[in-house]
Ligand binder design. Structure first.
Ligand SMILES: [Zn+2]
Length: 162
């Protein structure tokens, strides 16, 4: 694991390192200069639906530190009519690529999951923790499920507060 600095990163120091992200089908390829500004978990309802998952983990990246290598034509955008947040995804495979909380914001959120290398940040921030669902896996002990290779059974559900 690469530990990031706690502070925002100043530009211009050292040799820029890049990390490359790809959608599931590979049509969209992008690169960001690492380290990312920060990384955060988002279990909010809109993000859960957009990702079809219990939560998404994003890297917040300055737009100017990111560039699209391939796939401009494959990108489609959805603007939430209530919040005006913009979600960009690959039209071929559906992978979420960008999440912009304000139109034209200088920071773009990119799912950590599309990167094969680290981004120089550990996710240390959590938006709306009260939205974490009962059904997500939180590291409870596992036992192998007999007759189903690769499938495990969760031995006990962690109790949570209100
Ligand atoms: Zn794709």
């Amino acid at each position: 694991l690469v530990k990031g600095n706690e502070e925002a990163v100043e530009e211009g120091e050292g040799r820029p390192e890049e990390s490359v992200g790809r959608c599931l089908c590979g049509a969209v390829v992008l690169a960001i200069r690492t380290p990312a500004f920060w990384a955060w978990h988002d279990p909010s309802p809109a993000t859960r639906k957009a990702h079809g998952a219990g939560y998404a983990t994003y890297a917040g990246v300055w737009r100017k530190r990111m560039h699209l290598i391939e796939g401009e034509d494959a990108l489609r955008r959805y603007c939430d009519p209530e919040t005006f947040e913009i979600r960009t995804f690959c039209e071929i495979c559906g992978t979420p690529i960008f999440y912009e909380r304000r139109h034209g914001a200088s920071m773009v959120n990119v799912p950590l999951a599309i990167f094969e290398q680290g981004l120089g940040r550990e996710p240390r921030y959590l938006r709306r923790p009260e939205e974490i669902q009962e059904w997500i896996y939180l590291g409870e002990p596992l036992t192998p499920l007999k007759g189903y290779p690769g499938i495990f059974r969760v031995r006990m559900k962690r109790r949570r507060g209100v």
